[in-house]
Design a protein around this ligand. Structure first.
Ligand SMILES: [Zn+2]
Ligand SMILES: [Zn+2]
Length: 444
């Protein structure tokens, strides 16, 4: 809190600037050396050990969305040791740190902190100690990388031409921690945000992304289709919800195959069907549920509207009633994750300088989704994948598998990429905010 007051008073002092201060006195050769020197810095044993140790401690004690209390404490302890100021709690367990001048431009780098509700099947020294919870998406590695980046940036803080904002975010897996952070308003003055995810599909030492839509917008639905139960031998005295639900499911398939532009990719999947429990009883109701995906806000909204219409109307054909819930288990819709073209180019330049341009891969859009989209919806953002595949170590299990493992060799790459895209951003871009336009925080 105290820190933020200091930070906001910085803003008051600077209300009278006529221009943002960003200036770049480095040559292009000097700029292009920053990413490689940061990678070498990140590969020093001291920093590697810091990241591995943090990652393993988090892995042993996985916490679900908005419950990342110990993870949050670990992060704050590490930031305290580095002498980095932060604000906490943001969005329940989130931590937002700040390194640099306290002045614009402000560039954010983000890591997610939450684990999944599943049992780890990997036998190793740092296996999850919490039954039914596991870091199976690499978010433990993401936190460790952002801590590594924090260390690099703090050790180079006098060279930063602006401010790097570290965003340790809760609840990426479905509950929308990013949405809560955006709603908090703490990132209102941010010029750009970068985020990354480890990938088992890209080799170690390579990265991948694309300009524009990278990840789909996603939503979930659950519908209860109600009829009238009774004896299975006398269907004329019942209203059978199983037949109605079956027709609903078949009709939902037509939304993509018959109503969507074939060149505009979408998905509707019914993944849940629950109803009936006996051979000779027609049940009162059936519950179905699933997910839908699209690559534009317009397509997403249209799909959502039609899912509800089809479920209700098709149920009515069979004399059933249907209710549709688009936030089952408190899940929320995720927007499309679309990369700002200018920031994507910046990412490509920086990653190319670090890893060579042939290791910066163009990716096809993926049907998966990310709550990073809540940031990129309201501010320029760029999300990218960092490879950790190494065939000599064997094949890595996919994300959300109980056999998921992280190749810890990826940690220095992630840390150096975070630190480099942010540092170079401050050197190469001016803040779009005039200081007088800035929305000042409540503490004022
Ligand atoms: Zn995940
Ligand atoms: Zn993830």
């Amino acid at each position: 809190m105290g820190f933020w007051k200091t930070f906001t008073s910085f803003l008051i002092l600077n209300l009278f600037w006529s221009k943002p201060i960003s200036s770049n006195s480095l040559s292009s050769a000097e700029l292009s050396e920053i990413p490689t020197s940061f990678l070498n810095y990140a590969k020093q044993p001291e920093l590697v050990n810091l990241m591995i140790d943090a990652r393993r401690r988090i892995h042993e004690n996985p916490e679900l969305g908005f419950e990342e209390f110990e993870t949050s404490k670990l992060i704050r302890n590490e930031l305290d040791k580095m002498g980095i100021a932060y604000k906490h709690p943001i969005a329940v367990t989130g931590v937002v740190g700040m390194i640099g001048t306290g002045k614009p431009p402000f560039v954010a780098i983000r890591a997610d902190m939450d684990a999944l509700a599943m049992q780890e099947s990997v036998e190793w020294d740092h296996k999850s100690k919490v039954p039914g919870k596991m870091h199976a998406c690499g978010h433990d590695a993401h936190v460790a990388m952002l801590l590594g980046a924090a260390k690099i940036l703090q050790d180079h803080r006098h060279e930063l031409k602006g401010t790097v904002v570290l965003v340790f975010q809760p609840a990426e897996e479905g509950a929308g921690g990013a949405k809560k952070i955006v709603e908090d308003g703490i990132l209102d003055d941010i010029d750009a945000i970068f985020g990354l995810h480890v990938s088992i599909h890209l080799p170690i030492g390579s990265v991948g992304s694309r300009p524009g839509a990278l990840l789909a917008g996603s939503g979930f639905f659950e519908a209860v289709i109600s009829g009238k139960g009774g004896h299975a031998a006398t269907p004329q005295h019942t209203i059978d919800p199983i037949v109605a639900a079956s027709n609903v499911i078949v009709s939902l398939q037509h939304l993509v195959s018959r109503e969507a532009d074939p060149l505009d990719s979408r998905v509707v999947t019914v993944a849940k069907f629950q109803g009936g429990g006996a051979f000779n009883v027609i049940s009162d109701s059936v519950t179905i549920g699933g997910t839908f995906r699209a690559f534009s806000t317009e397509s997403f909204k249209q799909l959502k509207k039609r899912i509800e219409e089809v479920i209700k109307a098709q149920a009515a054909v069979q004399r059933c009633n249907a209710t549709v819930d688009f936030s089952p288990d408190n899940k929320i819709d995720f927007p499309v994750t679309a990369n700002n073209k200018v920031l994507h180019k910046h990412f490509e330049n920086v990653a190319g300088d670090m890893l060579r341009t042939d290791n910066v891969k163009d990716m096809q859009p993926l049907m998966g989704s990310e709550d990073f989209s809540f940031y990129s919806e309201v501010m320029p953002g760029c999300f990218f994948f960092v490879g950790m595949q190494n065939e000599t170590h064997g094949k890595l299990a996919s994300g959300h598998s109980p056999y998921y493992t992280v190749n810890e060799d990826v940690l220095p790459y992630g840390a150096a990429l975070h630190a480099s895209v942010a540092t170079r951003y401050l050197l190469e871009f001016k803040s779009k905010f005039r200081i007088s336009d800035r929305k000042l925080h409540d503490e004022l």
